[in-house]
Write a protein that binds this ligand. Structure first.
Ligand code: NDP
Ligand code: 8X3
Length: 252
């Protein structure tokens, strides 16, 4: 059976890396993306035994770099079957009256505009071939707003709207669109949110068993392996200890 080509953004850590590792063992050829070239090289090397892998290093905020990287793919890599729009992060956790413009720009530029730039590069090939599958990483933050989550939540509400819009607009082209909306996943997410403060990041997951990147990767693989006539449109996933954005059962 021919291997499908999957392009994964944010493959240098967390959910994206776990997904790349799992899909490398699941009949996919991979295009792994991220800014940290050293990590991309190490991952490419590690996955090479399982499947063919190439890497693209670009900042999703830079539309020209995104377009150049995708247009510059070798011919045999241009027919992308699966796009996993995963790159993204929260920056800061401040009330709106104290939030920093820099953090706001980062979240809107990466989580919303970056997702659009990568999609703009990949979708024309999918519509031309009348097939494809786009998986957008939303969040429970794109379903429920929580205190101090303001702009991060807004960025993920935008992802939710874009996922729904993509599913409608791409319907004539047989393109599947899925959104996966996790609660707490223990990745580098909180470390980035709290600007490298390990202690603050560790507090987020204290006293509960959070999801792991591998848990989300499992779901992504399941979604991608559904029969041709089935699309998992919208999946919200929590750790068992989490009941909502703000309701979490912690051990003492
Ligand atoms: P990580 O911080 O572990 O991974 C984020 C990834 O995004 C990294 O590979 C990073 O790569 C990439 N990235 C960040 N900024 C840019 C940029 N400007 N250009 C290109 N790539 C970028 O976090 P997660 O794995 O947890 O996050 C993955 C997705 O899941 C995000 O969209 C996040 O919002 C979402 N999510 C996470 C949850 C959680 O609790 N962890 C819950 C719900 C959703 P690099 O730095 O090398 O560029
Ligand atoms: C990440 C989950 O609840 O920290 O999107 O916003 S949360």
């Amino acid at each position: 059976m021919n291997k499908r080509i999957a392009l994964i953004t944010g493959a240098t850590s967390g959910i994206g890396e776990a997904t790349a590792r799992l899909l490398s063992r699941s009949n996919f050829r991979l295009i792994i993306c991220g800014r940290r070239a050293d990590r991309l090289a190490a991952l490419q090397q590690a996955l090479r035994e399982q499947t063919e892998v190439i890497s693209l290093s670009f900042d999703v905020r830079d539309q020209q770099s995104v377009a150049k990287a995708i247009q510059g793919l070798p011919e045999e890599w241009k027919t992308i079957d699966v796009l996993i729009n995963n790159a993204g992060n929260a920056h800061g956790l401040d009330p709106i009256q104290k939030g920093s413009l820099e953090d706001w720009d980062a979240m809107i530029d990466i989580n919303v505009k970056g997702l659009l730039y990568v999609s703009k590069g990949v979708i024309p090939g999918m519509t031309a071939r009348n097939k494809g599958h786009i998986v957008n990483l939303g969040s429970i933050a794109g379903k429920e707003v929580y205190p101090n989550g303001n702009v991060y939540c807004a960025s993920k509400f935008a992802v939710d709207a874009l996922t729904k819009g993509m599913r409608m607009d791409l319907n004539p082209f047989n393109i599947k669109v899925t959104s996966i909306n996790p609660g707490m996943v223990d990745t580098e997410f909180s470390l980035v949110r709290f600007k490298g403060d390990d202690e603050k990041a560790a507090q987020v997951y204290k006293g509960l068993e959070p999801l792991k990147g591998e848990d989300i990767a499992d779901i992504i693989r399941y979604v991608l392996e559904a029969p041709t006539h089935v699309v998992l449109a919208d999946i919200t996933v929590f750790p068992t200890a989490q009941g909502s954005s703000t309701l979490v059962k912690r051990n003492a």
